[in-house]
Write a protein that binds this ligand. Structure first.
Ligand code: FCA
Length: 327
């Protein structure tokens, strides 16, 4: 009996030893398009948490253009990595990324932005985790519609800065979701002003929004939508730069990372009214874990996972973050 017990224990110890030796050999890349953006820093943070828990190595790489993506993948291959997760700077790089991954014998998963093929259709064979873009956009639209009402604005007189980035399907879906709800609530179609941004950051959004505002000096009340907090913050900064007071502006972003939280922490309210908080933990921790399971245990990740979001405003963001387990 005792002998059996010892043997079983030794066996278990051996299994653990084998398991951890394998984990030590696992190397996973996590490539993001905008390493300076708080959302992506949070994704990395949570991916590292998974690496620490399981004992594998996670290599963080920022790749802002196609060339950097190519060399990042080759580098990972040369380093002996077995797979990577990527939020690509351009979804049209899809076929090239898939080919490079295969050439380097690397497993491939995408996060946030889904790769498209030469016809612009999603590459469904690559496992992907993204946000439920339309639904989250609709939450943005509803929040703005409610706030227009509570401020007692005359809906037909309000203008919308629609910060757009049409080369990215998730951006289109988010913004369309927001505008469709607002239009159903009575927002005038001819007051939706497109502000195409050249890049998905605050500066590009500010430039795009400034053009729109300058073209419509007659509009008193503004709302702003965009694909993320940075886009909406750019629009809000543009309203500030021409002296529009914050009580005349309702911007609702998507993200909920430091870009938004720092705005809520300012002593006085700004035109950045709210954000739909999405989950960097799911996108960072879960994708890293999925990739690890795929490499170490041969368990293929789900082909498509869409995560949800939760509206938070300056008034309730601390509670919402608490409820979501974020602080
Ligand atoms: C895209 C955006 C990011 C973030 C992510 C979930 O990649 O550019 O800001 O919103 O989707």
């Amino acid at each position: 009996m005792r002998i059996w017990k010892h043997a079983a224990l030794a066996g278990a110890a051996l299994m653990i030893a084998i398991g951890s030796a394998a984990a030590q050999d696992v190397k996973i890349g996590f490539i993001v398009k905008q390493p300076e953006e708080p959302w992506f820093q949070d994704e990395w943070k949570f991916a590292q948490q998974a690496a620490k828990e399981k004992g594998f190595t996670l290599v963080e790489i920022g790749a802002q253009d196609g060339e950097k993506v190519q060399s990042a993948i080759d580098n990972l291959g040369a380093q002996g990595a077995q797979g990577f997760i990527i939020c690509t700077p351009d979804v049209k790089l899809g076929p090239g990324i898939a080919a490079k991954a295969a050439a380097n014998d690397l497993k491939l998963m995408t996060v946030d932005d889904r790769l498209v093929d030469n016809e612009g259709k999603p590459i469904e064979s690559v496992p992907h985790m993204g946000i439920s873009a339309t639904k989250i956009g609709e939450t943005v639209g509803q929040a703005i519609a409610d706030e227009i009402k509570s401020r007692g604005w005359d809906m037909p007189q309000v203008g919308m800065i629609k910060v757009s980035y049409d080369q990215l399907p998730t951006a289109v879906d988010r913004v369309e979701g927001a505008t469709s709800v607002l239009q159903k609530a009575g927002f005038p179609a001819d007051h939706i002003f497109n502000a195409p941004q050249a890049k998905t950051d605050t500066e590009a959004a500010l430039n795009a929004a400034t053009t729109v505002i300058n073209a419509h000096p007659d509009i008193k009340h503004w709302v702003a939508v965009g694909l993320n907090d940075e886009a909406v913050l750019g629009a809000v900064r543009a309203t500030e730069s021409v002296g529009i007071p914050p009580e005349n502006v309702i911007g609702v972003g998507i993200g909920g990372a430091d870009s938004a939280i720092n705005e809520f922490k300012k002593p006085n309210p700004t035109g950045f009214f709210g954000t739909v908080i999405i989950s960097p933990k799911r996108h960072g921790y879960e994708t890293a874990l999925d990739m690890y399971d795929w490499i170490a245990n041969g368990k293929e990740p789900d082909k498509l996972t869409l995560t949800s979001g939760q509206l938070a405003t300056r008034a309730d963001y601390q509670k919402v973050r608490q409820d979501l387990g974020l602080q």
